[in-house]
Design a protein around this ligand. Structure first.
Ligand SMILES: Cc1ncc(COP(=O)(O)OP(=O)(O)O)c(N)n1
Ligand SMILES: Cc1ncsc1CCOP(=O)(O)O
Ligand SMILES: [Mg+2]
Length: 505
């Protein structure tokens, strides 16, 4: 036997605490499909054996406290969950069995408050809804649709303001975050929002945003809520942040809706299930993400000369670097000044624009979008926190290119909504040039995002040096950005020339 250490690929475990569905459309069948698609292992705690067909729920056979509790007991020491998805809790007994287990549980929990079937049949006994708040202190995310939000809060949810008020009420009652699903928005008044979009609202103590998705025209929608909540739980189990898990959950849902199928062609009975398949990789599945409910504004930014990759992309802090690097053949460069203001800053930008123009190079100005417009730079590079104080339309209207940083799925969705001229992915490796809360993505993630949004030029940044350079070139990115490998090299000109050659090769 070899003494080489064996590496075992351990799959994160996710529990579904929910009802079964004889018809194989919703409930735990849907949960399992979603959890497996996101590369996690599902364990099942069944709260009710439902008798369903494609017309609806025929019978709901709730399991007893002992029957449910024995399932928790069987799993709790051997197959501990990274995350739990809770669906149908038909009885107070089911809720009590779950509450008992949760007393010592510190992990993630996604609560999908299943109260009614899609045909309007009440699925929970008296007393269950009133006891829901007892689960809230353990709830990472609750995912009500509009009727469920109204039932849980007693608020008449009829417009944007009441969606927000009702979601805030759930936060006040102790849940960590709320995702209000927009699937039932026919019932509410939407100001200035065009037809054809579904709008979901996310809110936590620290953040809120809207997700927008063009409605898919399909009858095969059974199990939609189950797939979404399970996908979010699976993404949490994969250690994604909550915001990322929500975006990934939506992406898997969109994929699943596209791949849904019918079981019969009989009129009125065609409603089939969704089919989540695998890690979402299609551009069309990425939701649009904004801070308000209105359909996202469409911007048009010029391209960065599509036939010419951005190439080696030094990020420098003074205009004099342009004098040194552009004559070597560098065609893209960024001025990133963090220690000047007022006249001195403006002078540095003015000088850099003039030098770049003389060399016909593409100069991006970091952060200072107004000065970039004033001096007519080639483009602006912004991080997502910069966006809050930016008039994005002004940059587009001035005809400047826009590059946006992305560090996670949430930011990828937000950037894609703006449709900039390029997207930057970082940090690819650990960087000492900036304090960053992000775990380095590595080459694999860079390639995953490029494959997800292949229509953008991608720029890799973070910890890229001469040794790593060839590996990054091989990913096919349009540009490779760096600070220290060039600006702190013993011979900046020599390393620049070597990298320019490596990019060409
Ligand atoms: C090409 C490129 N990618 C990412 C960044 C980082 O920009 P940002 O997130 O705005 O952070 P600061 O550079 O302002 O610290 C970049 N500058 N260039
Ligand atoms: C500004 C920035 N944004 C993501 S990584 C990074 C720093 C890159 O610097 P270096 O190339 O020295 O790692
Ligand atoms: Mg910035």
């Amino acid at each position: 036997m070899s003494n080489k250490e064996q590496t075992i690929d351990v799959k994160p475990i996710v529990w579904t605490v929910a009802g079964s569905d004889t018809a194989g459309l919703a409930g735990q069948v849907a949960d399992i499909r979603a959890m497996e698609a996101l590369n996690t292992h599902p364990c099942m705690i069944t709260t009710a054996v439902t008798a369903q067909n494609n017309q609806g729920v025929v019978a709901l056979n709730a399991l007893s406290y002992e029957q449910i509790n024995s399932q928790f007991e069987a799993l709790k020491n051997q197959l501990q969950p990274e995350a739990i998805k809770v669906g149908l809790l038909p009885t107070v007994d089911a809720l009590n069995a779950l509450s008992g287990f949760l007393q010592d549980y510190q992990g993630q929990l996604v609560l999908d408050p299943v109260l009614m079937s899609s045909s309007g049949k009440l699925l929970v006994e008296e007393g269950v809804m009133e006891r829901y708040p007892s689960l809230f202190s353990k709830t990472t995310l609750i995912t009500p649709n509009i009727p469920e939000l109204a039932a849980l809060t007693g608020i008449n949810v009829c417009d944007e303001a009441s969606i927000k008020a009702a979601a805030d009420k759930l936060l006040e009652q102790g849940v960590n975050a709320v995702l209000v699903k927009g699937g039932h928005q026919e019932t509410i008044e939407l100001d200035d929002v065009g037809e054809g979009f579904v709008h979901d609202y996310f809110v936590s103590q620290s953040q809120s945003f809207w997700l927008h998705q063009e409605k898919q025209s399909t009858e095969n929608t059974r199990g939609t809520g189950c797939v979404l909540a399970s996908a979010i739980a699976a993404a949490l189990a994969q250690k994604y942040s909550l915001e990322d898990a929500v975006v990934l959950g939506k992406m898997l849902l969109n994929q699943a809706l596209r791949n849904g199928y019918s079981l019969t062609s009989e009129q009125g009975l065609q409603k089939g299930p969704l089919k989540p398949l695998a890690w979402p990789q299609e551009t069309g599945d990425v939701p649009l993400l904004t801070s308000n409910m209105q359909n996202p504004q469409k911007y048009q930014f010029p391209a960065c000369d599509e036939d010419k990759p951005l190439g080696l992309y030094p990020v420098v802090d003074r205009a004099e670097w342009l004098e040194r690097l552009l004559p070597l053949g560098v065609t893209t460069i960024q001025l990133r000044v963090k220690d000047l203001e007022g006249e001195a800053l403006e002078e540095e930008i003015r000088k850099a624009v003039a030098i770049a123009e003389a060399h016909k190079a593409r100069l991006f100005i970091n952060d200072y979008w107004q000065l970039a417009i004033k001096y007519n730079a080639y483009g602006v590079h912004l991080g997502q926190e910069d966006l809050e104080a930016t008039d994005v339309s002004a940059i587009a209207d001035a005809g400047l290119r826009l590059g946006l940083s992305t560090h996670c799925y949430y930011e990828v969705a937000r950037a894609h909504t703006i449709k900039p001229s390029y997207l930057a992915c970082g940090p690819v490796y650990h960087t000492d040039s900036k304090d960053m809360p992000w775990i380095p993505h590595g080459i694999d993630n860079l390639m995953k995002w490029q494959a997800l949004l292949p229509d953008y030029p991608w720029v890799a940044i973070g910890g890229i040096n001469l040794e790593r350079f060839p590996r990054v070139v091989k990913t096919g990115v349009s540009g490779i950005a760096m600070i220290s490998a060039i600006t702190q090299a013993c011979d900046s000109e020599a390393i620049t020339k070597t990298m320019l050659e490596l990019f060409k090769a």
